[in-house]
Design a protein around this ligand. Structure first.
Ligand SMILES: [Cu+2]
Length: 164
């Protein structure tokens, strides 16, 4: 058999005894190998299922933003899109309202309000930066008391934008 060569190297007199040990240990190693393989396969399957169930959930948000025209639209949407985590932004010139879709693990609503306000535009929650407003083209210097978010939703307890 194959074992005879190995036993010669060891120069062991108890050839039969050694062969049995070798056979036993080989069997144990094979058995261990089989069990560990099974365990690994199970682990891989579990990991895959977890990854599939973790889908990125986008949060949709709408709120009022003042503005006049297509240039305003560009500025407002650019400001919102520059916030990390924002997937899309669409401002409606008639409704004075923006629809934003964002990853809420990366940003939140207030960060988007602040970014738009910093570009010079009033939102429902944050008044636009006056400095940025002054730098807007004349046609874009919107009326600070104009109605916004014409979707029907009104927040009666929000007096932060009173400026007259
Ligand atoms: Cu404009």
């Amino acid at each position: 058999m194959n074992f005879s060569k190995k036993n010669h190297e060891h120069k062991n007199k108890n050839v039969n005894h050694v062969s049995k040990k070798v056979i036993l240990s080989v069997a144990v190693i094979i058995a261990m190998g089989l069990t560990s393989c099974k365990n690994e396969t199970k682990k891989v399957e579990e990991t895959t299922t977890t990854e599939v169930s973790k889908e990125i959930a986008m949060t949709d948000l709408s709120f009022g933003v003042r503005g006049n025209c297509g240039m305003c639209k560009n500025t407002i949407e650019k400001a919102a899109n520059n916030v990390e985590g924002v997937a899309s932004a669409n401002w409606d010139v008639d409704k004075k309202k923006i629809d934003v879709s964002f990853d809420d693990t990366k940003t939140d609503a207030l960060a988007i309000h602040n970014a738009i306000a910093a570009s010079g535009y009033d939102t429902e929650k944050v008044a636009g930066s006056e400095e940025a407003y002054k730098d807007l083209p004349g046609c874009c210097q919107y009326d600070h008391v104009m109605m916004m978010n014409q979707s029907g939703e009104t927040k009666s307890d929000d007096h932060s934008n009173h400026d007259h």
